[in-house]
Design a protein around this ligand. Structure first.
Ligand code: ADP
Ligand code: MG
Length: 963
């Protein structure tokens, strides 16, 4: 080997090695020899590789980190200065080149390169910074770290590591400075530092903080390979002062222990273990979302805890290895004393030579330091040497130890664990916060809901109250006004009547309606309009309330019961509103009725007759039209305002008065042809028939029958009446009723139905004809007139059907026994009755099937009379034609020697006045001027007139001049 060559053979490359603070990494495996070059990463790179895994598994990713070695030369002490005064130091240092020259002799030396070469002038501060500081920083980052002093006794190991620097702070050694640095960088809230201080002597571990604890065993974690001394005292360090105390205490115990054991401290290894536990947050983890690669969910950082350990080892003096025996120790003791140190040397050799086997288990020291050499810790070794040439051999061996250690490669790994405790604590705090927040919000929400409910309730109450008040006021006002109007109208009517009775003021009245009256109507109309307006407003209010209620229902889920209550209140309100509306309609219908009645009254007054409330049925349309033509506008307008449906609804009102009013209004409306269709469409006919069926009040029945009679003028309605069972209803009413006016209405209705060709058979089968004929029991001419009209209508339809060949056989009227009454009333004094019966007779006579019965019943005589006496020419000629066209009639007339001739008839015209009716029988005197003298005729007439008796027919027929 060349004398100037580097012993480690890596001279050039060594020069490139950076100070430990910034150069620590190589990529080769931890057992490899010193690598050739480059691969110096920085401390920050080291930090970057921190694993975020649960616990960094042994053998996982790590950062290569060679053991750093510095050499420190102690200055000559007094003894050396004296004894070696003539000799040069055995070493020469070239700190700038990080080289050390070990003199072999005066002309030969060997050069060694170290990571750091510290001269005898190197300050404690500088020593700390180049040797220990990088390790301490790593420990703070979560790595394990080791700083170890190796060297001959008296070369300054303890000086370098363990000086407390109490008098002179610049003298503080690595232990104190390391702790200072750690304390300055941890956070007392989240981190903790604890210390154990131990002595290893003769393979026994003693606790320097608790001397009684003098045999501490090493525990290895089989999973991670971590070694620990659970039995050792761990003292928590909060400040530097307490640490100094601890060191002092440890030192005192060490001295005491060594005295007791009769050893020197130089024979034992002192080990200070500083446990650092720090809480850190892992990195945020970004998770790309599936849909959009650009956006990320960010997982919150995990709470991690980093546990690291700084081991500071003041080794026993290295000289023992060689000199123990010579110093007189027992062999076993010496072996034991040196066992650990020699084992350390062997392990380092094995590691440096990349040997397959590293005898870690050979000693307690190597077991304790397994992580420091060939493990995961960052390790710095300081080898101390003295200058004396007398100890050249020791110095050389120390240097070689250092050189070998430089080849040991560690794989730095961070030790961090998922901090469950901290996470659970944090989560608990967070959960408590959330619970509290939730409670606060819930409370606030409940309060808000309650407030809204209360507010809504108040508002609804208020609106309800206002609404009810307003409606009640309005209702009272309307009632008052209505009463006043009625009163005024009554007064007006009385006044008018009085005027009519007492003076001839009538003429003036005939000219038109009184101005006061129309004012009243206008006033009532105005009231009604106002009422309508009020009602609309009320409806709007109710709708608003409804929508508000809907909103409140949405707002408060908790206020269901309240809302239900509000709903009920609202429904009450709606019900009340409906009732009010009904009342309004009643008022309107009453008003309508009043208007109508007033109108009637005025017209009656104008005509000078007594009031006939309803339009007559003899000529219903004419009367109605009469009244309507003059006053159509107010009635129709009111009708339009109220609406037919609402009036019809009132027919079923619970209030009898309302029903009476309503039926009157309907009857009046039904009298107007224009309204009939609307009434029927709205179901008015059915309602009226219902009233007839549920007989309860004579007025209702009378008026309803009148309305039906008016509706029955229309062919479509006639069929509807039939379909709805109206014929039998009318028939029942006809047999029940006593009141002539009711009977008149019913008879009128049936009479109208009789005029419908299609209803003939039904009328008979449902008792309509019987009912009609039955009504003659009431002798009131109005009733009789309607009966006669019905018979005429019926007969007309029958004759039409017979002529068309649709029917044959005897008339149903004759079947029903109508003939006697017909014959009896054929010459009734009342013109309407007489005229209808005359027509009926003519129609009956047109059909031969009736002739026999008619002849037997005496109808022939009436027909003959009609040909002569009837005031209407058309009926006269109809009767004549009918008689002439019938074989039976003709033969009977021949038998009776009755001749019909125009001249004869003309001639007898003058005798018309002579025709007299007694008890419904007719005596006809017919004389021929050519054969009977006037005197005789007069004489005969006198006799007959004087002697004719009931049921006695006497006719003298003389052949007429034309024959
Ligand atoms: P060791 O622990 O290696 O046996 P010590 O640290 O006890 O050696 O040192 C032996 C003596 O040398 C002590 O008196 C110490 O003060 C002194 N000494 C050691 N190193 C230095 C130094 N670098 N500068 C000054 N004095 C030193
Ligand atoms: Mg010492």
């Amino acid at each position: 080997m060349a004398s100037n060559g580097y012993r480690n053979g890596t001279g050039t490359n060594k020069g490139a090695i950076k100070p430990p603070a910034s150069s620590n990494v190589r990529s080769s495996s931890f057992k490899s020899r010193l690598p050739p070059s480059s691969n110096h990463s920085t401390g920050s790179a080291l930090r970057r590789t921190s694993s975020a895994s649960f616990t960094t598994p042994a053998g996982g990713d790590g950062v290569p980190g060679r053991v750093r070695v510095a050499v420190r030369l102690r200055p000559r002490n007094a003894e050396e200065s004296t004894a070696d005064a003539d000799f040069a130091d055995c070493v020469e240092l070239q700190p700038e080149l990080k080289r050390l020259k070990l003199r072999k002799n005066n002309w030969e030396s060997e050069t060694y390169e170290f990571d750091e070469v510290l001269t005898e002038f190197a300050s404690q501060k500088r020593v700390y910074e180049v040797v220990a500081k990088p390790v301490v920083e790593s420990v703070l980052d979560g790595y394990n770290g080791t700083v170890m002093a190796y060297g001959q006794t008296g070369t300054g190991k303890t000086f370098t590591l363990g000086r407390l620097g109490e008098e002179d702070t610049s003298a503080r050694g690595i232990m104190v400075r390391s702790m200072e640095e750690i304390l300055a960088n941890v956070s007392p809230e989240t981190d903790s530092i604890s210390v154990s201080y131990l002595q290893l002597y003769m393979e026994t571990i003693q606790d320097l903080l608790d001397p009684a604890n003098d045999n501490i065993s090493i525990v290895e974690d089989p999973r991670t390979g971590d070694v620990s001394l659970p039995a050792a005292t761990h003292v928590e360090i909060k400040d530097e002062q307490s640490f100094l105390e601890l060191l002092r205490l440890g030192e005192a115990h060490r001295i005491a222990a060594n005295t007791k054991l009769n050893t020197e401290s130089s024979r034992s290894h002192a080990i200070l273990m500083v446990h650092v536990k720090r809480s850190v947050l892992g990195e945020e983890v970004a998770i790309p979302s599936e849909s959009d690669k650009s956006s990320h969910f960010v997982k919150p950082p995990k709470p991690l805890v980093r546990k690291s350990k700084l081991v500071l080892v003041d080794l026993a003096g290295s000289e023992r290895v060689q000199k123990s025996g010579s110093e007189g120790h027992m062999l076993e003791e010496a072996k034991s004393i040196n066992l650990s140190l020699s084992a350390l040397g062997k392990c380092i050799n094995a590691l440096a030579e990349n040997s397959a086997h590293v005898p870690i288990r050979d000693s307690k020291l190597t077991r304790l330091l397994r992580d420091s050499f060939g493990g995961t810790a960052r390790t710095s070794l300081i080898v101390t040497i003295g200058p004396s040439p007398r100890h050249r051999g020791e110095t050389a061996s120390t240097i070689l130890f250092g050189q070998r250690a430089m080849k040991v490669e560690n794989m730095l790994r961070i030790k961090e664990e998922f901090d469950y405790k901290s996470l659970s604590r944090r989560l608990e705090i967070q959960l408590d916060k959330l619970i509290a927040e939730n409670e606060r919000q819930q409370k606030a929400f409940d309060g808000e809901v309650e407030r809204i409910n209360l507010e809504a309730q108040n508002r609804v109450y208020e609106v309800e109250r206002n609404f009810t008040d307003a409606l009640e006021k309005e209702r009272l006002k309307c009632q008052m006004e209505y009463m006043e109007s009625v009163k005024k109208l009554e007064e007006k009517m009385i006044e008018n009547q009085q005027k009519h009775q007492h003076d001839g003021f009538m003429k003036d009245k005939c000219n038109g309606e009184g101005p006061g009256f129309s004012e009243d109507i206008a006033e009532v109309k105005k009231l009604l309009e106002k009422e309508t307006h009020m009602r609309k407003e009320a409806e709007k209010e109710v709708n608003k309330l409804k929508s508000q209620l809907g909103q409140h229902m949405d707002a408060g889920a908790g206020g269901d019961a309240e809302i239900l209550k509000l709903q009920i209140a609202l429904e009450d309100e709606v019900h009340q509103k409906k009732k009010l509306e009904e009342e309004i309609i009643i008022l309107r219908s009453q008003m309508l009725q009043l208007t109508f009645e007033a109108d009637q009254m005025r017209r009656c007054l104008a005509r000078g007759g007594s009031g006939n409330t309803y339009p007559g049925l003899d000529s219903p349309m004419s009367q109605v039209r009469d009244s309507l033509s003059a006053h159509k506008t107010p009635v129709s307008a009111l009708f339009d305002q109220v609406g037919v449906q609402k009036i019809l609804d009132l027919l079923e009102s619970e209030d009898a008065n309302v029903r009476i009013h309503a039926v009157k209004v309907v009857a009046n409306l039904a009298a107007e042809e224009a309204n009939q269709e609307r009434i029927v469409e709205a179901g008015g006919l059915t309602s009226l028939l219902m009233l007839l069926r549920s007989y309860e009040d004579e007025t209702v029945r009378r008026v309803a029958a009148g309305a039906i009679a008016n509706l029955a003028m229309n062919e479509v309605n006639q069929e509807l009446i039939m379909v709805q069972g109206g014929i039998s209803l009318l028939s029942t009413t006809a047999s029940d009723a006593e009141d002539p006016q009711t009977l008149r209405m019913v008879a009128g209705a049936i009479a109208n139905l009789c005029g419908n060709d299609k209803l003939q058979a039904t009328l008979r089968s449902e008792g309509g004809i019987k009912a009609l004929l039955g009504m003659v029991r009431c002798r009131h001419p109005d009733v009789l007139s309607q009966v006669a009209r019905g018979i005429a209508n019926f007969a007309k339809c029958e004759s039409r059907a017979s002529t068309n060949g649709i029917r044959s056989g005897r008339s149903l009227l004759i079947d029903e026994g109508a003939l006697p009454w017909i014959v009896q009333n054929a010459n009734n004094d009342a013109a309407p009755i007489r005229r209808h019966i005359e027509l009926a007779l003519c129609h009956l006579a047109q059909h031969e099937a009736n002739a026999k019965d008619m002849i037997n019943g005496g109808a022939l005589w009436e027909l003959v009379r009609i040909t002569r006496d009837c005031s209407r020419e058309d009926i006269r000629s109809l009767a004549r034609r009918t008689l002439n066209s019938s074989l039976l009639f003709r033969s009977e007339m021949r038998r009776l020697r009755i001749e019909l001739s125009r001249d004869w008839c003309n001639a007898t015209l003058s005798a018309e006045r002579a025709s007299t009716i007694w008890g419904g029988f007719v005596v006809v005197l017919s004389l021929s001027l050519t054969e009977v003298s006037v005197g005789e005729m007069v004489g005969m007439k006198k006799n007959f007139v004087g002697h004719v008796k009931p049921k006695y027919h006497f006719v003298v027929c003389v052949k007429g001049a034309t024959h």
